[in-house]
Design a protein around this ligand. Structure first.
Ligand SMILES: C[S@@+](CC[C@H](N)C(=O)[O-])C[C@H]1O[C@@H](n2cnc3c(N)ncnc32)[C@H](O)[C@@H]1O
Length: 281
């Protein structure tokens, strides 16, 4: 199953089959109170004098390219998110996992609400994605992490492929044996990972795009090849990209035509079925 759907997830979710997804991962708007928008600069070789100089005396023209945007302001974020999560749970297998990616603004309210919805016993981990990029205010500690809440449908039966966990370097390799230092260690619930690099090969230009490294780890450990991953706030399709790279299927839903168009282009090589819109040619 490799499907990208344009539509409000409140409308789309009830139309999806029962128990088809091993993992639901969502990265909803964070209620930042502002429109999420990112413009890119496109630089092309100039015919004439050009706007700016470059390597070897060449001249270039630079122009701004609008790369999509979405609204991110809610009076009652919990009232927006919780009914959608509740509606999606039907799509999970009995041993499935739910991941909800938020930041400091809403995560504490939503954690309490999810505990009420699923039961505290189904809560497994609070994964902190720590990064270090951007401005540093001088009147508080810079907020440089997101939180991914992990719940399982069944607290005693779920997928956790320990052997699929990637290894990271020891902080003090001199304190462990050379063999251990060579092998590295498994990460904790704090995942250090850079943001999607400006100008890097992953970058789609869609605002709030999440890194493939985070999604690769999550999908490899919490699902098996042939499984299907559902993301109903899919944005640029990072979840689908990671799923396809690891032999999983995906169902991506977003109500923004710019998002699904970018996701469809990104995943074109995997031949997704596009519902509600025409993929770019
Ligand atoms: C934070 S972005 C997701 C970014 C994504 N993880 C990525 O790596 O590109 C949240 C997305 O949710 C979408 N969205 C917001 N409300 C929605 C709704 N009611 N139904 C479907 N999608 C929605 C927005 O259009 C936006 O693309």
């Amino acid at each position: 199953m490799k499907t990208i759907i344009l539509g409000d997830n409140a409308v789309v979710l009830p139309t999806l089959p029962d128990a088809f997804a091993r993992v639901i991962y969502i990265d909803p708007p964070f209620n930042t109170g502002r429109r999420q928008k990112r413009d890119r600069m496109r630089v092309t070789a100039a015919e004439g004098a050009g706007d700016r100089g470059g390597f070897g005396g060449r001249r270039y023209d630079a122009s701004k390219v609008a790369s999509g945007s979405f609204g991110d302001e809610f009076d009652d974020f919990e009232a927006f998110l919780l009914p959608r999560v509740e509606s999606a749970l039907r799509c999970l297998t009995p041993d499935g996992s739910l991941f909800v990616h938020l930041d400091y603004r809403e995560v504490h309210h939503i954690k309490v609400a999810l505990d009420r919805l699923l039961g505290r016993g189904c809560f497994q981990n609070e994964i902190i994605w720590a990064y270090d990029y951007g401005g540093r205010p001088r009147d508080r500690w810079p907020a440089k992490h997101d939180t991914i809440l992990w719940y399982t449908m069944n607290p005693d039966g779920y997928v956790f492929n320990y052997d699929e966990i990637d290894r990271i370097p020891y902080m003090a390799p001199a304190l462990v044996s050379p063999e251990k230092a060579e092998r590295g260690k498994t990460p904790t619930d704090v995942w250090w990972h850079t943001i999607v690099a400006t100008g890097g090969h992953e970058k789609t230009g869609y605002p709030t795009q999440k890194p493939l490294g985070i999604m690769n780890r999550l999908i490899k450990v919490h699902s098996t090849p042939g499984d299907v991953i559902l993301d109903f706030f899919a944005g640029s399709g990072t979840t689908g990209d990671a799923a396809a790279r690891h032999g999983r299927g995906f169902v991506l839903v977003d109500d923004n035509i710019e998002a699904v168009t970018i996701a469809a282009a990104r995943l074109a090589a995997h031949g997704p079925v596009c519902v509600g819109f025409s993929p770019p040619t």
